[in-house]
Structure formats: structure tokens, C-alpha cells
Ligand binder design. Structure first.
Ligand code: K1U
Ligand code: ZN
Length: 173
């Protein structure tokens, strides 16, 4: 398994709609393993393939937070939200592609999601709480959307300018 570099906003690959995957091959399973390792190393609770420059519809997540609880690494190929609650939830989101920036985002509190697992089996599950927030944040990545796209233009521009500066500093280091 390999820890892959995470793209930092702004990057055109983070604004691109990712392609559905076809047959789940050994190569795609290895990609999912790399993404989980990259996510745990960051650390984060989710990661979408475009964040490592792979424009495929694959996301990983593990939102288990309780001390001592067993981890639940999940890899979702071609995930689709098939139902969303009218009831909304606000969460202060972060993003591994926008380091150290956080903002409140409103999203449906509960969602029903369908996806294909690494063995090619179809699943459907009802997510709520942090899992619902995270899966929606990651599916947004697959559609070229970032959490800052929900913010007012002034705040979004301020964060983008900070990221341009951060990338310049990292390139010089
Ligand atoms: O997609 C990403 O950039 C990952 C992102 C997922 C996410 C966070 C918050 C709300 C929705 C989606 C992160 O994992 S940011 C890091 C983070 O939230 C975290 C890191 C360590 C421990 C707990 C949380
Ligand atoms: Zn993100």
C-alpha cells in the first residue's frame, strides 16, 4: 500500500466530474487500499479519488470516532444518493484539499446511498450524523464540488487566496 500525495485547491482536477468505474479490477481494489492508507495517515475521515488526482468515482471513509471502537473502513465505487431527508444538519466541515480551513455547511441530515463494494457487490445503506455529512462531502468531490462552494463568494475567495499562498510556500520549501 502507498500513501499518495493529496491535491490542494485550487487545482482543475478538483473541479472535474469523475468518471464511473466499470468492472472492479485488482488495480481498483489496490487504489481503494492506497486511499484508505492515505486517509488514515492524513488523518481524515474521508477521501475521494479526485483528491489524489484519479478522476474515477471512488470514495473511502471511516467516521468511527469512539475511543477503542473498531474501525469501519469503507470503499464505495459509483456511489449514488438515492434519497435525502428534508431535515437538514449543520456541521463545521474541513477538507484535506483545503488544509486548516473550516466552515459550517448545511446538508440533508440523512441520506440513503447505493454503491458497489471492492468485491463487486451492490450495497444500500441509510447514513445519518457524521457519516451522512461525510458521504455527501465525498460525493461532492466526485462531482467537482468543494465545501467552500457552499460559502459566500467573499469567504470562498479569501480561502482560495490562502491556499494559493500555501501552495507557493510549499513549492519553495
Ligand atoms: O474529503 C476530505 O477532504 C476529507 C475530510 C472529510 C470531511 C470532514 C468533515 C466533514 C465532512 C467531511 C476530512 O477528513 S477533514 C479532517 C477531519 O475531519 C478529521 C481529521 C481527524 C480526525 C477527525 C476528523
Ligand atoms: Zn474534502
Amino acid at each position: 500500500m502507498t500513501i499518495r500525495p493529496i491535491l490542494i485547491h485550487p487545482d482543475p482536477r478538483l473541479k472535474t466530474v469523475a468518471e464511473p468505474v466499470g468492472e472492479i479490477t485488482a488495480e481498483l481494489r489496490a487504489l481503494a487500499d492506497d486511499m484508505l492508507e492515505t486517509m488514515y495517515d492524513a488523518p481524515g475521515i474521508g477521501l475521494a479519488a479526485p483528491q489524489i488526482g484519479v478522476l474515477k468515482r471512488l470514495l473511502v471513509m471511516d467516521c468511527v470516532k469512539e475511543e477503542g471502537a473498531a474501525p469501519r473502513p469503507m470503499a464505495l465505487f459509483n456511489p449514488e444518493i438515492i434519497w435525502a431527508s428534508d431535515d437538514m444538519n449543520t456541521y463545521e466541515e474541513g477538507c484535506l484539499s483545503i488544509p486548516e480551513q473550516y466552515a459550517e455547511v448545511d446538508r440533508p441530515a440523512e441520506v440513503q446511498v447505493r454503491w458497489i463494494d471492492p468485491n463487486g457487490a451492490q450495497h444500500e445503506e441509510h447514513f445519518k450524523g457524521l457519516w451522512a455529512t461525510c458521504v455527501q462531502h465525498e460525493i461532492d468531490h466526485l462531482n467537482g464540488k468543494l465545501f467552500i462552494d457552499y460559502l459566500k463568494p467573499m469567504k470562498r475567495q479569501m480561502i482560495t487566496r490562502k491556499m494559493v499562498k500555501l501552495k507557493r510556500e510549499r513549492a519553495r520549501a
